[in-house]
Ligand binder design. Structure first.
Ligand code: SF4
Length: 391
């Protein structure tokens, strides 16, 4: 079997691991980006990924080994599940990736692994692979996974080699993790490495990181596999964003895998995943507080509506925001206005008052979603007045 066939085996089921924006086309739409993602390229293991700033690259997503000694209940790679496993040595992975890179097939690498011989030894093999690549002059994008149970020095080394590091929390707290991955220790094995990343960033100059910058940090939650509420997930996400400067939480709607203890659990509605993304963006980019999010009494976000729209219906519909006076935080509360549109409004206001919807259109804003919640020069926009006249 050649290296590419082995790679295909290794990378099957990697779509369960949203690591960049390749697997979230609806999310891209929700975030205002382009939805042309998730496309597979010349090999099934190559995914089109959207980098921060919008650049697209062809990303090889692979495990170093699909052998795993852990027993996470939802995971296709769990110990004892019957399927053909494959393992690359660090130099084999580096050789294979460099061949794909030189051929122009893969521009970046996302590298994870099943755990074999403990988290520390597994992390060493991932680090060895990264070291080989960088020694050979590979300057491109590298996302390195941190293994549960890895040590602080290993986390630091990963940060010195990678553009992004991540470890999957999987569940929002120890109680929920127990139902998904009972062998894992939430605080010591999963949360602690994320805390180390934050602490290293704080305490050491960024010049020590790859290309003189520290890598971004992300995590992932499995949604709907442990009876957790949206409130629990978003509460933990808020902590990670505010306290540890998490770049991004990924939410992966649970789907049952044959041969796992959760194979009979129903798959989670992908819309729930979308609402969690939207809520996390409101916290990260829109100055929303946790208390602003529209959870119901059961801790659920509304599934059928964008949480920002639900907030606006409850808070802005009868108290519209004057576009010419609102500060940035107030502007960001308005549906249809994101960080870039808010900045465009603030810039435009320095030279003139914004009097009708066409003024917003000229700033590149599509004002239909904002119209019910705003005043322009003291008046509801014409569109909104006609709505009120007929309602
Ligand atoms: S440690 Fe990772 S690869 Fe192994 S069973 Fe758990 S989630 Fe799957």
């Amino acid at each position: 079997m050649d290296a590419l066939e082995r790679l295909q085996l290794l990378s099957s089921d990697m779509d369960l691991e949203p690591a960049e924006d390749a697997h979230c086309p609806r999310l891209q739409e929700a975030a205002g980006g382009n939805a042309r993602t998730g496309k597979q390229d010349r090999l099934p293991v190559i995914h089109e990924a959207v980098m921060p700033g919008g650049k697209r690259i062809r990303l090889l997503k692979s495990l170093l080994s699909s052998a795993c000694e852990r027993n996470c209940y939802y995971c296709p790679f769990r110990a004892g599940r019957d399927f053909r496993r494959e393992t690359f040595k660090p130099h084999e992975m580096a050789d294979t990736f460099m061949d794909l890179h030189r051929a122009g097939i893969a521009e970046g690498l996302f590298l994870s692994s099943g755990v074999a011989g403990g988290g520390i030894r597994t992390q060493d093999r991932l680090l060895d692979t990264a070291e080989i690549l960088r020694r050979r002059g590979y300057q491109g994008y590298l996302h390195l996974k941190l293994m549960p149970g890895s040590e602080r020095d290993q986390v630091l080394r990963a940060m010195q080699l990678a553009d992004r590091v991540s470890i999957n929390l999987e569940a929002p707290n120890p109680k929920r993790l127990e139902l998904l991955a009972p062998g894992k220790n939430f605080m010591e094995e999963l949360l602690e490495p994320l805390r180390w990343v934050a602490e290293i960033r704080r305490s050491l100059p960024s010049i020590e990181g790859w290309k003189g910058l520290w890598p971004s940090m992300t995590t992932q939650f499995v949604v709907g596999g442990a009876g957790e509420t949206d409130l629990e997930i978003i509460k933990t996400t808020e902590y990670l964003i505010r306290q540890l400067h998490l770049q991004r939480a990924y939410f992966s709607a649970f789907r049952p895998i044959a041969g796992t203890p959760l194979e009979n659990l129903p798959r989670e509605d992908p819309l729930r995943q979308l609402r969690l993304y939207q809520a996390s963006f409101l916290l990260r980019d829109y100055n929303f507080e946790f208390e602003d999010l529209p959870f119901d009494a059961g801790g659920r976000l509304p599934v059928n509506h964008d949480p920002k729209w639900v907030y606006a219906q409850a808070n802005l519909l009868h108290a519209p925001v004057e576009i010419n006076r609102a500060d940035r935080v107030e502007l960001l509360r308005i549906p249809g206005i994101g960080p870039r549109s808010a900045d465009a409004i603030l810039r435009a206001r320095r030279s003139h008052r914004l009097k009708d919807l066409s003024d917003l259109r000229r700033l590149g804003i599509v004002p239909d979603r904002a119209a019910p919640y705003i005043l322009l020069d003291g008046k509801r926009p014409a569109q909104q007045l006609s709505f009120w006249a007929f309602s």
